[in-house]
Write a protein that binds this ligand. Structure first.
Ligand code: NAD
Length: 378
């Protein structure tokens, strides 16, 4: 069997590393970055943590800060226009998954023929070309986008969150600085943390799991599981923030080389139609989807429970699997994850969109990687 493994060419991981962006660019001979970020990063001064050291190194970066949560095709088109309007040699995605995915999508669309649309690249298409190299700097410990070959873009005409995959979305480099996450509020800390745990777990139980991705998934679970509640309760805990940040990146490498599965397949349509933050919709789904899938891959779920430190190696798979399920329910309780109703999802609108959401979930391909594969009726 042949395995193909991808990851960024350079990963710089550690506190304060955002101050070394000029050094990273220099290693690739890059000196004219367009920083892609969101409005809060500018208004709060956070993006200055990247821009000020660049200026000190004599690099004047452009800034595109019009990104939105769950980035849309129209924002990507505006970003491509900004990119082509300047003499840039790289893009720097600075922020959570939304700005990073925006930068990646700009690189992909910018390499396409005039008139191309983001939807031309949704899976099963391959998005392998990029107009400019992308360097990512995550500010949430969550999506792992800094290390994946994916970007997720909303088609505004169809209200569809599209999965776009290929080497064009794989960053050249990532600078992973946990100190950027001290300011993440508890709700977003919890949501993004569960997102990263879901990445690791889904990568590990996926039908596309492989030895290489497994190593990253297990390391990610060992880092994330004992630290997720801590960062939620103690935002300034540097040891826990560092573990979560590294775990999120490792989980990104894991699912980029394995896959995500049913949770993510179902989560994207919920995000598109009801604007539930990505990690939160994953959290709402994770216990139920795990219960549905458990017996189809019990030994894998049991091994995940052991990596997470909630079952011992002496314990049988049945007991470890049951503990995993209980832990995911407890985690949602401890992190105050609301039910869909408490979040404000209108049950009538939900019922009316069920068929559409099921079709969109299945079309993304992610559910087919799940240990138990549902059909639209399930
Ligand atoms: P996000 O980027 O949408 O950010 C959420 C909010 O948190 C924003 O208001 C942002 O300004 C704020 N924020 C970010 N960093 C902060 C900080 N350090 N301090 C204070 N506030 C901060 O959220 P996200 O969960 O990181 O990303 C979600 C997006 O990523 C979704 O569109 C999802 O589909 C996508 N995603 C992509 C991949 C991939 O592989 N490409 C994987 C998973 C998810």
């Amino acid at each position: 069997m042949t395995t193909t493994f991808v990851s960024p060419r350079l990963l710089m991981i550690g506190g304060g590393s955002v101050g070394r962006l000029a050094e990273v660019l220099g290693q690739f001979g890059l000196s004219k970055p367009l920083v892609v970020t969101d409005p809060w990063m500018v208004s709060s001064g956070t993006v200055e943590k990247a821009l000020a050291p660049l200026r000190a190194a004599g690099i004047a970066a452009g800034v595109f800060s019009d990104t939105v949560p769950d980035p849309t095709d129209t924002v990507i088109e505006a970003g491509v226009a900004a990119m082509k309007g300047g003499d840039y040699d790289c893009l720097v995605g600075f922020g959570g998954g939304s700005p990073m995915d925006t930068a990646k999508a700009m690189a992909i669309l910018g390499a396409a023929a005039p008139g191309a649309k983001m939807r031309d690249f949704k899976v099963p298409a391959q998005a392998n070309r990029a107009a400019l190299p992308v360097i990512c700097i995550p500010t949430t410990a969550g999506t792992g986008s800094e290390a994946t070959r994916f970007t997720v873009i909303t088609d505004t005409e169809r209200d569809e969150k599209m999965l776009i995959a290929g080497l064009g979305a794989l960053p050249l480099a990532a600078v992973v600085d946990f100190e950027l996450t001290f300011s993440v509020p508890p709700r977003t800390t919890a949501d993004t943390g569960i997102d990263s745990l879901t990445h690791a777990l889904e990568a590990f139980v996926s039908k596309r799991a492989n030895d290489e991705a497994d190593e990253y998934a297990l390391r990610a679970m060992r880092l994330i599981a004992p630290n997720l509640r801590t960062v939620y309760r103690e935002p300034s805990n540097a040891v826990a923030r560092a573990a979560m940040m590294k775990g999120a990146t490792l989980a990104g490498i894991a699912f980029s080389n394995s896959s995500v599965a049913l949770v993510h397949g179902m989560s994207r349509p919920i995000g598109a139609h009801f604007h539930v933050p990505h990690g939160l919709s994953n959290a709402m789904l994770l216990p139920a989807v795990t219960e549905y899938s458990l017996n189809a891959a019990l030994p894998r779920y049991a091994e995940a429970a052991r990596a997470m430190g909630i079952a011992t190696s002496a314990e049988g798979d049945q007991s470890a699997g049951a503990k995993l399920l209980q832990e995911l329910r407890d985690l949602n309780r401890d992190l105050a994850v609301p039910t869909p109703g408490a979040f404000g999802i209108d049950p009538a609108k939900w019922d009316g969109l069920l068929t559409t959401m099921a079709d969109q979930a299945l079309a993304s391909g992610s559910p087919a990687n799940n240990p138990a594969v549902p059909d639209a009726a399930t």
